[in-house]
Design a protein around this ligand. Structure first.
Ligand SMILES: [Zn+2]
Length: 349
């Protein structure tokens, strides 16, 4: 076992120091013997206090096993070699590399959290605070954009439009945002049967949608109720806020703030191009089922409207306005409407 150094062991459990012997059973290994207890560990795991004159030295033991006090001895320097400068630098770099990697992971996690959780949450909280004139501005710009790119004047007979407007206003009467609603009609050969809600409460039905419903007005009421759901839940403004925040944040991340500068121009474009999330769609659907039932219309009308839309659109690509393609719904939305229809009881008169 070779030479051993006498030491006092403060093991951290009591204040009493225990007599102990420190030895070096093999290069790079240290061994502690104290009152029948034996501790063996790698020398590099222990930390030796620097030499200060003739002061006793302290050896901090690994794994929280306390520390040794012992008189200075040349043996200590032999057993506990000071790491070379190169090793120290390598160690420092290694720790920095780990820190850099951790920072990168944290940044990615932070960005994902921001866009997936924080941003929708903030948009949801902020949307009700957006003043009506801003909603009006975005709504008008979006409508102007659609009029330039996809819409033509409606060719539906005026009486038909007026009758549908009357039914629409009866449907949204008493809703919290009742005063915002307006119904508009446009012919849209490039979009086909469709409908949408702008952030200012304007609901647009295409002529093609009205024609697809034929004489079954309740199918149009179902679509109107769905669009009213988007407006009541402020999906348009939430989407606009999220999209514009994405532009600003992306500008900061990639150092290009030109997007933020032209935000007032790009919001309507973003709004139209990004569309509503699946969650927004089912929120609007659920709203529609309740509203329809209160007006004596079975949610089955919604299922039928969706089926007809799906059939009319098939898998046709809808061009730049991809969000509109979410409206010809997935079959799970039809199934949800059919489940709601099972619970529906027609009102007794
Ligand atoms: Zn929708």
């Amino acid at each position: 076992m070779g030479e051993a150094l006498q030491a006092i062991w403060y093991d951290g459990r009591g204040s009493r120091g225990r007599p102990a012997l420190l030895s070096c059973p093999a290069p790079g290994r240290l061994r502690l013997d104290s009152e029948g207890e034996v501790l063996e560990f790698a020398a590099r795991q222990a930390e030796l206090s620097p030499r200060l004159g003739r002061m006793p030295r302290t050896l901090r033991l690994p794994e929280g096993r306390g520390q040794l006090q012992l008189a200075d001895s040349p043996l200590l320097d032999a057993w506990l070699p000071v790491p070379s400068r190169v090793e120290a630098v390598a160690d420092w770099l290694e720790r920095r590399r780990t820190a850099a990697l951790a920072a990168a992971v944290a940044t990615v996690a932070g960005v994902v959290f921001f866009f997936q959780v924080a941003l929708p949450w903030m948009a949801n909280r902020l949307a009700p605070a957006i003043p009506a004139p801003i909603e009006g501005m975005i709504g008008r710009q979006a409508m102007a954009l659609l009029d330039r790119t996809h819409f033509q004047a409606s060719r539906l007979p005026v009486q038909r439009r007026e009758a549908l407007k009357a039914r629409f206003h009866a449907l949204v009467e008493g809703l919290p945002r009742e005063r915002d609603y307006r119904l508009a009609f446009r012919r849209a050969p490039s979009l086909g049967p469709n409908a949408f809600a702008l952030p200012d409460g304007q609901v647009v039905l295409t002529d093609e949608l009205v024609e697809l419903a034929g004489d079954r007005d309740e199918l149009l009421l179902a679509v109107m109720a769905h669009e009213a759901g988007h407006h009541e839940h402020r999906h348009g403004m939430r989407q606009a806020l999220e999209s514009s925040a994405v532009v600003v944040v992306a500008g900061f991340l990639f150092g290009d703030l030109s997007g933020a500068g032209s935000l007032s121009v790009s919001v309507p474009v973003l709004l139209l191009e990004s569309g509503y999330s699946r969650r927004s769609e089912s929120e609007a659907d659920a709203f529609a089922f309740g509203l329809l039932a209160r007006h004596g219309v079975s949610p089955g009308a919604f299922a039928e409207a969706m089926r007809r839309l799906q059939q009319a659109h098939g898998d046709r690509e809808l061009g730049p306005l991809t969000w509109l393609s979410t409206h010809p719904a997935g079959s799970e939305r039809i199934e949800a409407a059919e489940r709601a229809a099972e619970d529906f009881r027609p009102p007794r008169r």
